[in-house]
Design a protein. Structure first.
Length: 253
């Protein structure tokens, strides 16, 4: 069976998880969710300074959940059972013991933005775009990423983004604080230079910095907020708005 998520440790002392299903825009299937969990196990067992999460290809970091599995004919209960394991993966990324750096190799939509939000730092290639588009298909973020967004940017902007379902370019999101750095295509290829600010630190420094950051975040009962959001998203699964939006998606396909 082909592997769609891989983990690799680099000589510079960091690990990288790569979503490797570019022909499907790196959309997350149940197999990918399981492989992502295994890769997090590998990374947690490694003595790395920080963890990179990225995608294969140069078009899309992640298009969200695989709609062939998360289709509109599921009941709310069935949808919740599929969504919940990915919420647990998201929380593991959030609580990872050293900083997590999301290298946004391409655009991200829906759940792709949720994964990026779970990471501590987001670095994007120029000319990329990102959208929390879930409300445009009649639901809410399904993996708890909306709850995390309120902790990572100004809450009023988070509400605007989630409610409007807008897609913003990297520069707009840098001004809002969601993107931390934008790099050119040529700089993107210089991985050691791109990551040198993090590689130059010790493992102990990175652990202490992440611990301090988590102490601030975990005060907010984020696990509960994420779980509530997933339940609320699943409750909308059989709504007419969601069913119609998914039907239009497959008709367009």
């Amino acid at each position: 069976m082909a592997r769609f998520v891989t983990y690799k440790r680099y000589p510079d002392g960091y690990g990288e998880i790569c979503l490797n299903r570019p022909e499907k825009r790196n959309a997350i299937s149940r197999q990918m969710q399981e492989e992502l969990s295994v890769c997090l196990d590998q990374a947690e067992g490694d003595t790395i300074k920080y963890l990179v999460i990225t995608g294969a290809g140069n078009r899309m970091f992640c298009a969200g959940g695989d709609l062939f599995e998360l289709h509109g004919n599921l009941s709310p209960e069935q949808a919740y059972e599929i969504l919940r394991p990915m919420q647990e993966v998201m929380y593991r990324i959030l609580k990872f013991p050293v900083p997590t750096i999301c290298l946004l190799n391409g655009d991200a939509l829906g759940g792709g933005c949720e994964i990026a939000t779970a990471c501590d730092i987001r670095i994007a290639r120029e000319q990329t775009k990102f959208g929390f588009v879930q409300t445009r298909i009649g639901i809410l973020p399904g993996w708890g990423g909306g709850a995390l967004l309120y902790q990572k940017v100004n809450p009023s902007f988070a509400l605007r983004w989630l409610m409007g379902g807008h897609t913003f370019d990297a520069q707009e999101l840098k001004e809002c604080g969601w993107i931390h750095r934008i790099v050119t295509d040529s700089d993107w290829l210089e991985r050691s230079t791109l990551l040198q600010d993090y590689t130059s630190k010790s493992r102990k420094q990175m652990e202490l910095l992440k611990e301090q950051f988590l102490n601030r975040l975990i005060e907010q009962d984020l696990a509960v907020q994420m779980s509530d959001e997933v339940k609320n998203s699943a409750s909308l699964w059989d709504s007419p708005e969601h069913k119609e939006a998914i039907e239009k998606f497959f008709t367009r396909k």
